[in-house]
Write a protein that binds this ligand. Structure first.
Ligand code: OAD
Length: 245
């Protein structure tokens, strides 16, 4: 399929004072990190998330949940940022204000070089204490899985948001502030079905921003977006950055 970047979008980019970008698992698909809901390759098609990504699941079977995250941690550590991640680094350099809001826990935006970033769902490379909810940098590896908190001896868990948990309040406030205040909003590689992140593009629309969706598939945002670019982030984003703005 031929993708064209509309002139009106190039114009919006040229005049943008604040760009906000929401990314989801699709942005990392071309880095080899499976998405959550894509039928054949999505992780969720092989495992039931409710059995793995909840506090209850961890309390029921801490070893299995820890090992599942260890597998994903290794997968993301081996993955490299792709052309889409790097195009967003370039975008940040070209506008006065830029806020990247990601639902991804893989840390690839940061590794690519994005500076102003909000991780809504945490980061799989980090670990925190189950009881105290504080980040833990080091612990004793004595073979016990999961390992234990060196301070309180409770289990350690990944520093990610599980189903049924609150998002970090500061990150959420910042994300909604950016959605309200930006003049151009990109929603990239997200199915737009998980709240509260799914509301962000609609908040931007209501506040008068131009909203652009980049996704090969239709989502609940597609009909309302100002521009819809049907294609892979790693293809479409470099095309946008190649446009004269
Ligand atoms: P999903 O797996 O729900 O959606 C991925 C989206 O990316 C789909 O709409 C695909 O069509 C699209 N996609 C696939 N390949 C793409 C590509 N190369 N370029 C652009 N788009 C592509 O992932 P998320 O929307 O990120 O939350 O899921 C949101 C949240 O649901 C996750 O953060 C996770 C999950 O439950 C938690 O774990 C709290």
């Amino acid at each position: 399929m031929r993708i064209e970047i509309p002139n009106a979008l190039i114009d919006a980019l040229r005049h943008a004072q604040h760009i906000a970008v929401l990314t989801g698992a699709g942005v990392s698909a071309e880095s080899g990190v499976p998405t959550f809901r894509d039928a054949q390759t999505g992780l969720w098609s092989k495992f039931n998330p409710q059995e793995l990504a909840t506090r209850k699941a961890f309390q029921r079977n801490p070893k299995m949940v820890w090992e599942w995250y260890a597998y994903r941690r290794e997968l993301t550590a081996r993955a490299e940022p792709n052309a889409g991640h790097y195009a967003l680094v370039e975008m940040e350099k070209r506008v006065p204000q830029f806020t990247l809001i990601t639902q991804n826990i893989d840390g690839l935006h940061e590794r690519a070089g994005t500076k102003n970033m909000i991780e809504l769902h945490g980061n799989i490379q980090r670990v925190k204490c189950l009881r105290e909810d504080v980040r833990v940098e080091s612990w004793v590896e004595d073979g016990e899985i999961p390992p234990r908190c060196p301070r309180c001896n409770s289990y350690l868990r990944p520093d990610v948001v599980w189903f049924g948990e609150m998002l970090p309040a500061f990150a959420l406030d910042e994300a909604f502030r950016a959605a309200r205040n930006c003049d151009l909003f990109f929603s990239i590689g997200t199915s737009g079905v998980v709240e509260p992140a799914a509301s962000l593009p609609f908040v931007a629309l209501r506040n008068g921003a131009v909203v652009v969706e980049i996704n090969p598939d239709e989502t609940p945002l597609s009909r309302g977006a100002t521009f819809r670019l049907c294609g892979a982030a790693g293809v479409v984003l470099p095309m946008i950055l190649g446009a004269p703005f």
